[in-house]
Design a binder for this molecule. Structure first.
Ligand code: BG6
Length: 490
């Protein structure tokens, strides 16, 4: 049974209120929490955008966002109407001084209320918006600011943004969001590790051969050419989502669930990542870009066709990473992410080592090492692959089977979107699933040398056919170590 903890009325101000993220994720997530009774009609959602949009027009935009992204059966008309009555709009061009008094008027000088400023805009506007909020006197002690990823472009730009934001808000008011941390299975990774005695004794390099983290998407750059072509997969996915997943696999057990207890441990992992620079970048990383597919009446454009110009941006990256500490020395972490891959799947695979000695005859069959798979999406599940005896007479034959915990089948409830959890964590003032400034800096410090080495050494960009598992060089990255990617669910 899901437990709903209601929160006191708040004002949620979304900069970029008419943008893609607000329409696709933020408004639907807030509606879901409203529909579940987590907040009531005394709270307000204020969309901020440059256009002179009336309240009615903005409510129509919000209504469309809900109908586009929530199945009809899950949005009864009366609930939608009550939610929309909480929705307002303020026109504000953040580069001018003019709109701020309008925002102040909408916030009604109510300084005791929790205010959230969600910056769903390009990161180069973060500084300007925070300064604007500060100058307009809107950054009250009960205010919080949410920064979307990617935070900056590299360490220097991230630090510059963080520096300006820190001039207006305390670190305790800053929520750097990485929506992967709000995914149910990601939180289950912590439950699995730290609420069970079973795994912790074997959670180390003595028992784990390697870890694989795959975030594969079947979509291309999805109309975000301007942003994506500047970012590429390394900045867009690895610097944040994949490194955060790696951290949660690798951290030492935190002493408590306090936000900083967890974040301190993640920071230690980031600091323990062995730098990848110069020739190592060539050996330990693979960059790729999807190419067009023309086969059997199927025609899918390649990245440069979608972009309409040549580009050296990677849409795929695979990395063999090492966490150089006592627990993990000798256990590589293989990371892989890409657009237009064979299917959409995000998984963490913990591959255990082979048994040291087999008492079985060869005729019993091959003994396959245990493997724990946490599937983040789709179909959230935890699978533990074990060897068992093939049922029935006929002697001892061994076979590998998964112990399968499918969340949909076991709990029969809708899996909430990551944003639902995170948006309300901000209101509650819980920073556990948000990145601290030093974590973001440590992640960039590991990413920047990879990027620099790629540029300096002219690291090749391997083509891969859209709809596959990426360039063959990424398969070779594993095969060189006599390992393979967990692609086919076996
Ligand atoms: C975003 C990236 O952070 O995550 C996108 O900018 C990517 O490029 C998206 O598509 C993937 O999120 P999810 O939740 O669909 O796996």
């Amino acid at each position: 049974m899901t437990r709903i903890i209601p929160v006191s009325p708040f004002d949620y101000v979304v900069f970029g209120g008419s943008g893609d993220l607000a329409r696709r994720k933020l408004l639907p997530a807030l509606f879901r929490r409203f529909a579940d009774g987590q907040f009531d009609a005394n709270s307000r959602v204020i969309g901020v955008s440059r256009g002179e949009v009336s309240q009615e027009e903005y409510r129509a935009t919000a209504a469309k966002a809900l109908s586009d992204h929530i199945p009809e059966a899950e949005r009864p008309a009366d609930l939608v109407d009550s939610f929309l009555r909480c929705v307002d709009h303020v026109a504000l061009d953040v580069s001018s001084d003019e709109g701020w008094p309008r925002l102040a008027a909408a916030l009604r000088d109510d300084t005791d209320r929790t205010r959230v400023f969600y910056l769903a805009v390009a990161p180069d506007l973060y500084g300007q918006i925070c300064v604007g909020l500060g100058c307009a006197g809107l950054a009250t002690p009960r205010s919080r600011v949410v920064l979307e990823k990617p935070l900056g472009y590299d360490l220097a730009s991230a630090e510059a943004i963080n520096g300006v934001v820190a001039g207006v808000f305390d670190e305790g008011q800053i929520y750097r969001i990485d929506h992967y941390l709000g995914k149910e299975t990601v939180q289950n990774l912590m439950a699995l590790r730290f609420a069970n005695a079973l795994f912790e004794p074997v959670w180390n390099s003595a028992h784990i051969d390697h870890v694989q983290i795959t975030v594969a998407e079947s979509i291309g750059m999805a109309g975000r050419a301007n942003y994506y072509d500047r970012a590429g997969a390394l900045r867009d996915m690895v610097q944040n989502h994949l490194l955060q997943l790696l951290c949660l696999v690798a951290i030492e057990p935190p002493a408590s669930s306090a936000a900083d207890a967890l974040r301190d441990e993640k920071l230690k992992v980031l600091h323990a990542l062995k730098p990848i620079e110069d020739d190592a970048a060539n050996r330990l990383t693979v960059r790729g870009q999807y190419r067009a597919v023309e086969a059997d009446k199927v025609s899918v454009p390649g990245y440069v066709d979608e972009l309409g110009r040549p580009s050296n941006t990677e849409t795929f990256v695979a990395i063999k990473a090492e966490v150089a500490n006592w627990r993990w020395a000798g256990t590589p972490f293989y990371l892989r992410t890409g657009k237009r891959m064979a299917r959409r799947v995000s998984e963490i695979v913990i591959q255990f080592r082979d048994i040291p000695h087999s008492m079985f005859e060869l005729s019993a069959g091959r003994i396959v090492a245990n493997r724990l798979v946490l599937r983040l999406q789709p179909d959230e599940a935890v699978q533990l692959f074990l060897m068992i005896k093939d049922p029935g007479p006929g002697g001892m034959r061994l076979r590998q089977v998964p112990l399968n915990l499918s969340f949909a089948e076991t709990f029969g409830v809708r899996q909430p979107d990551a944003y639902e959890r995170l948006l309300l964590d901000v209101v509650r003032g819980n920073q556990s699933l948000f990145m601290r400034r030093d974590e973001v800096a440590a992640a960039w410090s590991w990413i920047d040398p990879i990027r620099d080495s790629w540029e300096r050494l002219g690291e090749p960009l391997h083509g891969y056919i859209g709809g596959t598992w990426g360039p063959s060089a990424s398969i070779a990255l594993m095969e060189r170590d006599h390992r393979s990617w967990h692609d086919d669910g076996t």
